[in-house]
Ligand binder design. Sequence first.
Ligand SMILES: O=P(O)(O)OC[C@H]1O[C@H](O)[C@H](O)[C@@H](O)[C@@H]1O
Length: 289
Amino acid sequence: MSDFEARLQEWRGLPAIGLRLPGGDSALIALQGAQVLSWVSRGQERLFVSPQAAHDGHTPIRGGIPVCFPQFNQRGPLVKHGFARTLAWSGQPGDARPAEGGGLQITLRLEDSEATRAVWPHAFEALLTVELHPGALTVRLAVHNRGAQDLPFTAALHSYLQVPGAEQIELQGLDGLVYWNAVAAGAETHPVQAGAVRFGVETDRVYPRAAQALRLQTLSSQPLLQIAQDEAWSETVVWNPGPELCARLPDMAPDSWQHMLCVEAAAIDAPVVLAPGGRWQAAQHLRAL
Ligand SMILES: O=P(O)(O)OC[C@H]1O[C@H](O)[C@H](O)[C@@H](O)[C@@H]1O
């Protein structure tokens, strides 16, 4: 009998699928939004979920890995970050399959419905594949245009990484890149990143994808995570609300900003446009260090 396990679980009353490897690594994926809500590797939770996250089955869940699709943020007419994170995706534990290298993977699916066509007139299939490996997690979004017109979209895997203190960490690998500073408030809107990114105040930035993987570590150089993204994710968004914005977010605790950092694999500056029948896919790869 195998010790690989995929089973139906609950997360704060919502249906979710739990994956577990023989070595103990595990992941939990809510059907709402196909949102990964937990990734435990080497006995440690690697993702952040707010203690005040909504769990009513339709409000966005603050934490884990929200799938922003078919619109990132407010860059279009749809609800912020698109409808995918608020809808129920389909999938069941029996869909789990072995993945190369001793892993376990599962794919959840979202298709167009009357509700999606009412706000977005496209026939599509979106697939979210979660691959759990010893020490690593890969999350892949695939989109298929099943309609007769071009399908344009923007998207992101909005990963909330758990950190031991936002002011005690740094993100390496973005040095030298020109980024868009969304909270410039009088400062330069397109500065060049100098060295590692550090946190403590509201940080909301869009970087072009770095050629190499990013590395999250403590200021005393204790390694935490390696974060990589496929080329089709053309940007990386780095977000931490800092103390002031965090205090205004109803689904965060006042100190939540200390415990999380979003490093998001994104395709947002130029929309992806799929011709009829076209397919697109891209993954984010997280590795515990
Ligand atoms: O509060 P949400 O709708 O989940 O968005 C949370 C954040 O997502 C991204 O990181 C954006 O760059 C931020 O501007 C936004 O505040």
